[in-house]
Design a protein around this ligand. Structure first.
Ligand code: ZN
Length: 658
C-alpha cells in the first residue's frame, strides 16, 4: 500500500505544467496517466493508440487502486480506446473496435435475440427482415445490377489423379475480373458443387491447405470453385492490395461469389440439389452472407469464423454495416437463417470461435429445433487447435459433406492431390501481362461504380472539421462568436487545400529535373509544384481571417498546429548544429523558417509536401552560413560526431553500472 501511495504522489509530482486543483479539473496528459498506471500496478502497456495532445480530466480520481482494469477502463473510455489483456502482466491498448466484442456481449445478444422468437412463425418474421435488410445494407442488388453479361475466359484443363483443374477469369463489373480455379471430378454424371471463397490465409487460395481441400473434395465427386479475394491474387494486378481494405471489397466479394454461382449453375454436370459454400476465416464470413443471400445453396460449412461477438476484422467482412440489420444482429443469427438446411460449424479453442460449443451452437440448435431439424446442424470443435484450415479442420469438412452430398468416401485420400505452383493457377500470366484489353488497372475506376466515394468525402470532411475545432479550442478564446469566425476561416482553408490537392495530383506535372538538386523530380516535388498553382486568395483569406480576430502570437500558434511544430523543431536543430549562433544569424534563420511555416500551411501531406517546403528554406539558411564565414558541411559533421561520442559515453557508463 505504501508503494502505491508513493507511486501516486510520484506521478502527481512529476507532471509539469498541470497544476492539480479544482480549477484545472485535475487534468494530466494521457501518456503520463498511463505511465502512472503501468508503474502502480506493475503491468506493461502495449500501445496501438495515439496519445499525443490527449488530456485526462480528473485523472487520478479515475484510478482504482484495487483494479488495474477498472482504472484503465475509466481512463481509456474517455477517448474511445479500450484494452485487451494479453497475459497477467501485459495489456494492449487499442482504439474501439466496432466489429469485435467479448463472449459476454455475445451471450447477452443471443439471449436478447432468442427472446424475440419462440416458434417458426415469429422466427420466419425475423428471418424475412434479416434477409431483406442485409441485402439493402450491403447494397448488393445495386452492384449485381451493374454487372456485364459475360462468359468466363477458361484455360486449358490440367488432369490429375481423379480430378482436373481449370482456371477461369469472370468479368463482373465492366473491366473488373475475378479469377479462380475449378476442381472437377473425372467421373461422369452430375456432381455436387461447393463454392469455396478464400480467407486471408498466407498465399491466398494458392496455399497448400486450400489446394489439398479442393482436390480431395473433387476426387470424392464434388466440383469445387476457389477464387481470389478482391485485391489479392490476380485481382492485385487490377486494383492493388490496398483496395482490399475497403468497404467495396465487402460488396465485390459477395458479387463475385454470386456471379460464379450463376455461371456454374449453367453447367450440365452440376446437380442443383447439392450446392454448398465452404470457406475458412474471412472465407467463412463470405459463407454466412452467400448462404443468406441466395436460396440456391442447400448446405453450408463456415469454418473458424462463426461467432456472435466478432463480425470479421477486415473491411471485406465488416466494411458495410450489415450487422445493424433489424435493430442489430450477428453472424450467428445470420447463419441461423439457413435453418433447416444442413449446416456444419467448424470451430477451434484458440480464436473467437472457442465459444461455439457452449454459445453459438446451442443457439443454432434452438432455431433448427423450430423445424424439428436439430440433427441438421452440427458443430465440429477442435479445442486444442488454433485459427487455421489444417488437416483436422478439413476432416470435419469431409465428414460433413460425405453423407450430406453422398460423396464417395472411398476416394478420401489427401496424399493423392497434386499441389500446383501458383503461376499454374493464373489466368492472366505470371504478372498479369495477359489481362484483357478492357481490364481496369486502377481502383479508382472501380470506385466509380459505387456511391462510396461520397462516403469518403463525408469522412474526410469530418476529420478535417475535427482538426479545425482542435486548433480553435487550443486558443481558449472564451468568445463563442470569435471562435466560430476563426473556425470558419480555418475550415474553409483546409477544404480548399485538400480539394486542390486531390484534384491536381502530381501526375499532372511532367517528370523533369529539380532545379534545386539537379536530380530527377521526385513525386513529392511534383506534388508541391501542382499544389503551388492554387489561387493566392486561398492563402490570403486564411491569413487575413486569422489576423482579424487573433493576436500575432495566436496566429503563429495556429500556423504551428498546421505544421506540427516544425518551425521550433527546425530552429532547435540549427541552434544545436551551429556553435555560438550570433543574434544576426538567428534572426536570419527565424525569418526563413517563418516564411517556410507560412508557406507550408497551404500544403496537405505532412511527411511529403510540408517537409519539402521546409527543406527549401533550410537550404537557404545553410547557404547563408556558408556565405558568411561558416562551413555548414563541417559544422554538421562535427555535430554528428559529438552525438556519436555522447552516445558511446552513455553506453560505457551503463555497462559500468552493471
Ligand atoms: Zn479481407
Amino acid at each position: 500500500m505504501k508503494k502505491i501511495l508513493f507511486s501516486i504522489l510520484f506521478v502527481l509530482g512529476s507532471v509539469s505544467g498541470f497544476s492539480q486543483s479544482y480549477e484545472t479539473q485535475f487534468a494530466k496528459p494521457l501518456n503520463k496517466v498511463l505511465d502512472g498506471i503501468s508503474e502502480l500496478f506493475n503491468v506493461r502497456l502495449k500501445y496501438d493508440i495515439d496519445t499525443v495532445g490527449k488530456v485526462v480530466t480528473y485523472a487520478d480520481f479515475r484510478i482504482r487502486s484495487y483494479s488495474v482494469e477498472e482504472s484503465l477502463n475509466n481512463v481509456l473510455s474517455l477517448f474511445d480506446y479500450k484494452f485487451t489483456k494479453q497475459d497477467d502482466k501485459t495489456y494492449k491498448l487499442k482504439p474501439y473496435e466496432y466489429m469485435r466484442r467479448t463472449p459476454e456481449d455475445g451471450t447477452k445478444l443471443l439471449a436478447y435475440l432468442n427472446s424475440m422468437y419462440q416458434d417458426t412463425v415469429s422466427w420466419n418474421a425475423r428471418k424475412a427482415c434479416l434477409k431483406k435488410e442485409v441485402r439493402e445494407l450491403l447494397k448488393i442488388d445495386e452492384a449485381l445490377a451493374k454487372r456485364v453479361k459475360a462468359q468466363p475466359i477458361l484455360s486449358k484443363i490440367r488432369k490429375y489423379n481423379g480430378y482436373s483443374v481449370q482456371n477461369f477469369a469472370q468479368e463482373t463489373l465492366p473491366g473488373l475480373y475475378v479469377c479462380g480455379s475449378i476442381y472437377t471430378p473425372l467421373s461422369k454424371g452430375k456432381h455436387a458443387l461447393i463454392l469455396c471463397p478464400n480467407g486471408h490465409w498466407g498465399g491466398g487460395r494458392y496455399n497448400t491447405d486450400e489446394q489439398t481441400r479442393f482436390g480431395t473434395l473433387a476426387r470424392m465427386d464434388a466440383v469445387c470453385v476457389s477464387y481470389d479475394l478482391f485485391g489479392w491474387g490476380e485481382s492485385e494486378y487490377q486494383v492493388t492490395m490496398t483496395a482490399h481494405r475497403s468497404s467495396e471489397a465487402h460488396i465485390i466479394q459477395i458479387m463475385n461469389g454470386l456471379t460464379i454461382l450463376d455461371y456454374m449453375m449453367t453447367r450440365k454436370d452440376i446437380d442443383p440439389k447439392r450446392v454448398a459454400a465452404n470457406g475458412g476465416s474471412g472465407g467463412g464470413s463470405q459463407v454466412v452472407l452467400l448462404s443468406l443471400l441466395d436460396d440456391r445453396f442447400t448446405a453450408a460449412c463456415p469454418t473458424v469464423n462463426l461467432s456472435s461477438h466478432f463480425d470479421g476484422g477486415c473491411p471485406c467482412e465488416s466494411g458495410m454495416p450489415i450487422q445493424l440489420a433489424c435493430g442489430g444482429t450477428c453472424n450467428a443469427e445470420l447463419m441461423a437463417t439457413f435453418a433447416p438446411k444442413p449446416l456444419c460449424v467448424i470451430s477451434d479453442g484458440k480464436d473467437w470461435t472457442a465459444s461455439v460449443p457452449t454459445l453459438e451452437y446451442p443457439y443454432l440448435q434452438r432455431i433448427y429445433g423450430f423445424y424439428g431439424a436439430k440433427n441438421q446442424v452440427s458443430n465440429f470443435h477442435l479445442p486444442n487447435e488454433g485459427h487455421t484450415f489444417g488437416e483436422n479442420k478439413r476432416k470435419g469438412v469431409y465428414q460433413f459433406f460425405i453423407p450430406v452430398f453422398k460423396l464417395d468416401s472411398t476416394k478420401l485420400d489427401e496424399s493423392k492431390v497434386t499441389i500446383e505452383p501458383e503461376v499454374a493457377m493464373h489466368s492472366f500470366g505470371v504478372k498479369g501481362e495477359k489481362m484483357p484489353a478492357n481490364a481496369i488497372r486502377d481502383f479508382k475506376e472501380v470506385e466509380k461504380y459505387f456511391d462510396i466515394k461520397a462516403n469518403r468525402q463525408i469522412n474526410s470532411d469530418l476529420e478535417l472539421e475535427k482538426r479545425a475545432h482542435s486548433f480553435v479550442d487550443s486558443l481558449k478564446l472564451n468568445d463563442t462568436e470569435k471562435e466560430n469566425r476563426v473556425y470558419a476561416v480555418i475550415r474553409t482553408h483546409m477544404k480548399a487545400v485538400r480539394d486542390w490537392h486531390n484534384e491536381h495530383p502530381y501526375t499532372t506535372i511532367p517528370k523533369g529535373i529539380n532545379p534545386r538538386t539537379g536530380e530527377v523530380l521526385t513525386d513529392v516535388y511534383r506534388d508541391v509544384i501542382a499544389c503551388s498553382a492554387k489561387p493566392k486568395s486561398v492563402h490570403e483569406n486564411l491569413m487575413n481571417g486569422l489576423r482579424k480576430d487573433l493576436t500575432e502570437a495566436q496566429v503563429e500558434k495556429i500556423l504551428d498546429l498546421y505544421t506540427i511544430g516544425k518551425f521550433h523543431f527546425t530552429l532547435k536543430g540549427f541552434k544545436a548544429i551551429v556553435p555560438n549562433m550570433t543574434e544576426k544569424e538567428e534572426a536570419y534563420v527565424v525569418d526563413q523558417l517563418r516564411l517556410a511555416r507560412e508557406e507550408a500551411v497551404d500544403y496537405k501531406t505532412m511527411k511529403g509536401e510540408i517537409s519539402a517546403i521546409f527543406e527549401i528554406y533550410k537550404d537557404k539558411c545553410e547557404k547563408y552560413f556558408n556565405d558568411n564565414g561558416r562551413n555548414w558541411h563541417q559544422m554538421y559533421k562535427e555535430y554528428v560526431n559529438k552525438l556519436k561520442a555522447e552516445k558511446a559515453a552513455k553506453k560505457e557508463t551503463e555497462t559500468e553500472k552493471k
